[in-house]
Design a protein around this ligand. Structure first.
Ligand code: ATP
Length: 214
């Protein structure tokens, strides 16, 4: 297989937190040398609109990953009109990378559970591999085989082809969630423990999520 593996990590990141960072670290440890592409979702088709603007969310991502040379914040969904369908993003990336490069879509298990209802869900496995990250408290098993993904016996198997395999991590690495952080900020906490300090300062400076400087 030619080319460096590409990790594609999309989300609302409203705001980005230590759980996202822990998942990214876990993925980069599994797929050493991979490039990490962080893609803030502009208009999520399956959930209510994010609280912070896409530009604020992208800037917070840049702050949270500023020390990480292999991580890039990719604003392509912000430039595209209409709902931010993952299949459109993966098609555009596949056209850029070529047909041989292993491309690995990262999803938390809560998001993976919703895959059957995604736009053109049957096309996803022909575009990328899947890395599913465990989160605490979710036991459901998404129907990977039905969606076209075959289970790998080891993560390295994802590097041997361009798409179509799935690896699910065995245990959660973080219980952080943006919902909990938004709630804490709304209650007046300036720097919830699961926030990067630079991101916390940005939130206060821009008075996002009801935060107000102290
Ligand atoms: P919210 O609470 O607003 O739903 P979130 O914490 O789930 O937000 P998202 O930006 O929606 O954050 O997450 C982006 C991706 O990262 C999703 O696939 C999500 O499942 C995954 N993810 C987020 N937090 C974790 C975590 N602690 N462990 C594993 N996966 C996570």
């Amino acid at each position: 297989m030619s080319g460096v593996a590409q990790l594609v990590y999309g989300g609302t990141f409203d705001p980005v937190h230590r759980g996202h960072r822990a998942c990214a670290e876990q993925a980069c440890a599994l797929f050493e040398g991979a490039v990490l592409r962080l893609i803030p979702c502009a208009d999520p088709p399956h959930r209510r609109r994010p609280q912070a603007s896409a530009e604020h969310r992208a800037r917070m991502l840049e702050l949270a990953f500023a020390d990480w040379p292999a991580a890039h914040v990719d604003r392509r969904e912000m430039r595209r009109a209409g709902p931010s369908y993952t299949v459109d993003t993966l098609r555009a990336l596949r056209a850029e990378f070529g047909s041989e490069v292993p491309m690995i879509l990262m999803l938390g298990i809560d998001a993976a559970v919703g895959l059957p209802s995604w736009h053109e869900t049957e096309a996803l496995a022909r575009l990328s591999h899947l890395l599913v990250l465990q989160r605490p408290g979710i036991d459901a098993v998404p129907p990977y085989a039905q969606l076209g993904w075959s289970e790998a016996a080891a993560p390295e198997e994802l590097l041997q082809s361009a798409c179509g395999r799935i690896w699910q991590t065995p245990a959660p690495v973080s219980s952080a969630s943006s919902t909990a952080i938004r709630a804490a900020l709304g209650e007046g906490e300036c720097s919830p423990v699961d926030l990067d300090p630079g991101v916390a300062a940005y939130i206060v400076r821009h008075q996002l999520y009801g935060a107000h400087g102290g």
